[in-house]
Unconditional design. Structure first.
Length: 253
């Protein structure tokens, strides 16, 4: 992990105690994560689901990369339960911030959920080829120094037919979205972070990281370049239209 990564992880450590309260003020934040979780569960299809099985050993295994304080992990578990009630799903949440993972640990979880403090690329490198049934990366890709390596590693560890879901902000190539994002960050998010005594530099980083992040077309190409297929995209209504996006692709069968 580079020095830059450790600095970012430290910033998330400092923000961890107030992070859940901050994101709860973002309109639609948890609903959008749930939508991303449903996109992953639905894209897994029948290939990863053994009909009628309730054995933990037979449960599909998915990764929540950049799990933070566990909001995306909760979204995954709830999405799975809504589609497959009474059936277990193994979820491994991975995040480079020990503080954020500590916040996640404090929440109630099924026994099939676990967390690891490690950067996403390093964690993926240690996994065998074709060993996971799905990967969610929510608000992760723009924070990874080598995006191409992350996407390539995800594609390598996916089982045949398994999906990769990227959920993030992206405003590149859309003038209105860039203007909306600047107005929201400078008018609401950064001032609110100061009032809430959250980590203001981290929220300033949020603004610049989104401003400078890939366009949706580039994200889709990244998935296609590593061989993922059926790549599709959706945005969300309201002021977040063309600002918040979910991209889905899957490894070929």
């Amino acid at each position: 992990m580079t020095t830059q990564d450790w600095v970012l992880a430290d910033a998330f450590d400092r923000a961890a105690p107030t992070y859940d309260a901050m994101v709860a003020l973002s309109p639609g934040y948890h609903h959008q994560l749930r939508t991303a979780g449903l996109a992953l569960v639905d894209a897994m299809g029948s290939a990863a689901v053994t009909a009628g099985s309730t054995r933990v050993d037979d449960a599909p295994h998915v990764l929540d990369l950049g799990c933070g304080s566990g909001a995306s992990t909760q979204a995954l578990q709830r999405a799975w339960a809504s589609r497959h009630p009474g059936r277990p799903l193994r979820v491994t949440g991975v995040d480079a911030s020990a503080g954020m993972v500590g916040e996640a640990h404090d929440k109630p979880w099924p026994a099939t959920t676990s967390f690891v403090v490690q950067d996403a690329v390093g964690f993926l490198r240690d996994l065998p080829d074709g060993s996971v049934d799905g990967v969610l990366g929510a608000y992760l890709l723009r924070n990874v120094p080598d995006r191409a390596e992350l996407v390539a590693e995800v594609a390598r560890v996916l089982a045949p037919g398994a999906p990769f879901v990227v959920h993030d902000y992206s405003v590149a190539g859309n003038r209105r979205a860039r203007a909306v994002w600047a107005a929201v960050c400078h008018g609401v998010i950064i001032p609110l972070a100061a009032v809430k005594r959250s980590d203001v530099p981290l929220h300033r980083y949020l603004y610049t990281s989104v401003r400078d992040f890939d366009s949706v077309a580039t994200i889709c190409r990244r998935l296609q370049d590593v061989g993922l297929v059926d790549v599709r995209h959706r945005s969300f209504p309201g002021w977040q239209r063309h600002v918040v996006h979910t991209v889905v692709g899957r490894r070929p069968l």
